[in-house]
Design a binder for this molecule. Structure first.
Ligand code: ZN
Length: 304
């Protein structure tokens, strides 16, 4: 049938022309395809073309499984629904209202991205409420007859969920298991403001372990079969990141200078362990500088 859909395939959205940044997971169901995190609106045409190159098309898509609503994961959801009005969109209940009315989400994104907003994220369309299925975690859903367990996995975002495809043993974990580029071993936590919650994040990693998946599918970027090693590395580095930021906050005041220092240190650590051909995606999307600010905010909130 569709060459792309051998169990759990994915397409590289070649976001901003760059490979290995954003992967959309693809699952074959009885009545068509499901996409895990369709990606940013600006990659909609690439997504459509990639489906076609693999013998499928957007009209085969029956469901979107969103891990969370950040624009690099879910920005294209409204565009997909506009093209295919019967598509069902699964999302955590706390993300649902921002899909249905993205005004607030877009306002805060514009504060961060400024003039680059449109070029990066495009025209983010609302998803009609009637297309949205809200989840809390703990459900088993069966879109297209394909059974998926849903777990609440906060830490990176308060509304982050993960999906476990029982048939293939693949856990679709969005950003909760960090970023790692296919072909590298290095696991990098991505901890931008404003939602970072360390205790919740650690518990989420344990939730993933309890599924005993055969592989983890990371939006950034790809599928990895060394699940235990990956999750251990993620937990260790997340703790190390958090501890480093906490210590820096105690020591000095100039936040931007500290964030720069943290950034340089962790980019250097990444470069020491990753083949040079894969540095770019880590640097584009790993962004330790932003992670510093997310963790600093976390510690400041706990202190106040
Ligand atoms: Zn992401």
């Amino acid at each position: 049938m569709h060459a792309i859909t051998s169990d759990s395939g994915y397409v590289d959205l070649k976001y901003q022309g760059m490979p290995y940044l954003i992967a959309t997971g693809i699952l074959e169901a009885d009545d068509g395809l499901m996409l895990v995190d369709p990606g940013p609106e600006t990659a909609f045409d690439t997504l459509t073309r990639a489906l076609e190159q693999n013998g499928a098309s957007l009209s085969d898509v029956h469901a979107l499984l969103l891990t969370h609503i950040h624009l690099d994961h879910a920005g294209a959801a409204g565009r997909v629904v506009r093209a295919q009005p019967d598509v069902r969109v699964y999302v955590h209940e706390r993300g649902a209202r921002h899909l249905i009315n993205p005004k607030r989400l877009l306002r805060s994104a514009r504060r961060i991205y400024g003039d680059a907003m449109d070029q990066l994220w495009g025209d983010v369309l609302p998803v009609p409420a009637s297309n949205v299925t809200s989840l809390t975690g703990g459900e088993t859903i069966a879109p297209g007859g394909r059974s998926l367990d849903v777990a609440y996995t906060p830490g990176h975002a308060t509304h982050h969920i993960s999906y476990f495809d029982v048939t293939t043993g693949t856990a679709f974990v969005g950003d909760v298991a960090g970023m790692r580029v296919d072909g590298a071993d290095y696991v990098l936590p991505v901890t931008p403001p404003p939602d970072i919650d360390l205790a919740a994040w650690r518990a989420s990693l344990d939730t993933l372990r309890r599924w005993q998946p055969d592989r983890l599918f990371l939006t950034h970027f790809g599928a990895f079969a060394d699940v235990g090693r990956h999750l251990d590395a993620m937990a260790r580095r997340l703790d190390a990141f958090a501890e480093a930021v906490r210590t820096m906050l105690d020591a000095e005041k100039d936040a931007d200078a500290q964030a720069d220092r943290f950034h340089e240190r962790h980019i250097a650590a990444m470069r020491a362990q990753v083949p040079e051909s894969l540095w770019a995606p880590y640097e584009q999307f790993g962004r330790p500088r932003e992670s510093w600010h997310g963790l600093a905010r976390y510690w400041r909130q706990r202190a106040s």
